[in-house]
Design a protein around this ligand. Sequence first.
Ligand SMILES: [Zn+2]
Length: 400
Amino acid sequence: MKAATPDKMRFQLLARDPSSRARRGRIETSHGVIDTPAFMPVGTQGTVKTLSPQDLENLGVQIFLANTYHLYLRPGHQVVAELGGLHSFASWPHPILTDSGGYQVYSLAQIRRISEEGVYFQSHLDGSTHFLSPEKAMEIQEALGADIIMTLDECTPYPTTPEYARASMEMTTRWAARCRQAHRRNQQSLFAVAQGSVFLDLRRECIQRLLDLGFEGYALGGLSVGESKSQLYEVVEGCAELLPADTPRYLMGVGTPEDLLECIALGMDLFDCVMPTRHARNGSLFTRFGRLSIKNAKYLKDPRPLDEGCPCYTCQHFSRAYLRHLFLADEILGLRLNTLHNLHFYLDLMRQARQAIEGGYFSRFKEDVLADLRSRPEREASQELEGLGGPADAKRVGKD
Ligand SMILES: [Zn+2]
């Protein structure tokens, strides 16, 4: 391990749930504290769409995720560096995590060639050709200056064969070693990404190799890409038990409120997903009793708040009827109010989960929340959501 310095990240385990593997922790960075389990909103372009940093602070957001791929292409990582780094550029003095850029290269760009050296790809913006290697991923992320940065991996396509998954996993571990070698800035914590598709033996082998290299945190990537829920939970469970207790564990790109609770119970600490923000902009809103689609005609004259009992700004001031009106009229305020509510829902869920772990009643809390979430008639919810685009659609468009 590299020598510790005062501004190095610290992770403390504060409590464990007695009846699950759920853990309550705290990550300290030079830009502030992250209470775990934590949900990180996705701020693709260095902004969580429709919200200001002040909005995020009011919601209690402690960290957001920015996408290296997008910031590298526009405005360029050197531009961000010249303007003082991402914290200063985006006026966000709190922790930031950047991904490696790999995921968007696979999902958005046209890939020209993947080799041991790296990936040649064409920008989805202007078709220009670029090269992303483990060393380049480190250089870009160091210029952006996030508190937590990620190793470059190959996000293994799903479904895949065990042979392809093995070759991909092995390259991912070699790339992780190169990232570790190229990593310079000590105040940025480098987390490694484990791959291996749905093959638990490959996942575990990958984790073992990454543990041998030694990183400040470990992430599970390449999940929520079309596998079943039972496969997802099986992989997370089998991987989490291998990960050291004293480092943060990050489940990338997952997921629904149910997924968060199930994976917290399996011992994961950090989560990010476009779901609350993207669904908000599609008018799909989270409530304790499942999602509702605000464009539905039945809300035309509905004077009730979106979620009775929700203390968020949106629910405290506006009716379903008004939110429906804003959405159908394409008003910007509608997107903002929906985003405020959905993010409040996610952050509040995590706050309650942390309290439940501290109080030793997480499993009961989880079952209660899951029962409420499922109480809404399935048919009604799916009819309302028709045409909104599911996770597969979300993946195609890329993270935001
Ligand atoms: Zn609300």
